[in-house]
Write a protein that binds this ligand. Structure first.
Ligand code: GLP
Length: 260
């Protein structure tokens, strides 16, 4: 696990965007796993800026989003379909057929989940998965006690997550109870995981995920078992880490050939 601590959200997001762009430069048809929530928004803005300013070409990438609310129309402003369009896809040149987001209106949820897994496999697997982290340590919508080997499936949100996500719906009671989410096993098969966390409210979850025991009570802690996971943090999100000075030292002394 590589832990990169940056002075602020903007610099951390720039570092993340450079990692994504570097991958797409090396592999134009890279498969990106994408997350929603506030954490990746500045990274997405940076990618849109690269497209606008430099004409960076995203036309061959394929994308798979982590999750979607069940029962929400893709046009609903709080749906993850609408979120991705607003924050990323409207500003990039990714063809619609290359964009995959779980279908929250699918009549057969189990089938749509199986098909989603098959589509990821058919693309050759995810090269880089962008992740946020819930205040309870969840990734995607894999709430605490999710099986660490789980695949794409239906999940029921905890009250805490519904409270955390209430703003987009105008109240916790309006947040759907059920979602479709990639499983933890699905996420763990990505070749690289890039977890973004910013702000004081994420400090405890980040510390538990990076330095605590591996446990289904903190789903992100399984990333300790992943061969290439990067945590990209601002100072506040890193404030609960016992070994923060060591992570800073490691990053500052990274061999030149390992950068980029
Ligand atoms: C939701 C999403 C997660 C995201 C989390 C944190 O639960 N399903 O993928 O990581 O919110 O969101 P934020 O970045 O807004 O704190």
């Amino acid at each position: 696990m590589e832990i990169i601590i940056q002075p602020d959200v903007r610099l951390a997001s720039l570092t993340g965007a450079r990692l994504v762009a570097g991958l797409v430069r090396r592999k134009s048809d890279a498969v990106l796993g994408l997350a929603t929530g506030s954490s990746p928004i500045p990274l997405y803005a940076e990618l849109v800026e690269m497209r606008r300013r430099d004409g960076f070409d995203f036309s061959r990438i394929r994308t798979f989003n982590l999750d979607e609310y069940i029962g929400l129309d893709p046009e609903h402003p709080a749906s993850y379909h609408a979120f991705m369009k607003r924050h990323l896809f409207d500003g990039l040149n990714v063809p619609g057929a290359s964009i995959h987001i779980p279908d929250g209106l699918a009549p057969d949820v189990e089938k749509t989940c199986r098909d989603y897994e098959a589509a990821i496999r058919a693309c050759g697997g995810i090269d880089l998965q962008v992740l946020g982290i819930g205040s309870d340590g969840h990734i995607g919508f894999n709430e605490p006690t999710s099986s660490l080997a789980s695949r794409t499936r239906i999940k029921t949100l905890t009250e805490r997550t519904r409270r955390d996500n209430a703003a987009a719906f105008g109240g916790p009671d309006r947040v759907p109870c059920h979602v479709i989410t990639m499983g933890i096993g699905t996420i763990m098969e990505s070749r690289t995981c890039l977890l973004l966390a910013f702000g004081k409210k994420k400090a405890a979850a980040v510390a538990a995920a990076a330095e605590g025991p591996i446990t289904a009570m903190v789903p992100a802690s399984i990333l300790q078992m992943h061969p290439r996971t990067i945590f990209l943090l601002d100072e506040e999100a890193a404030s609960g880490l016992k070994r923060a000075d060591y992570y800073r030292w490691v990053y500052d002394h990274k061999p030149a050939w390992q950068k980029g």
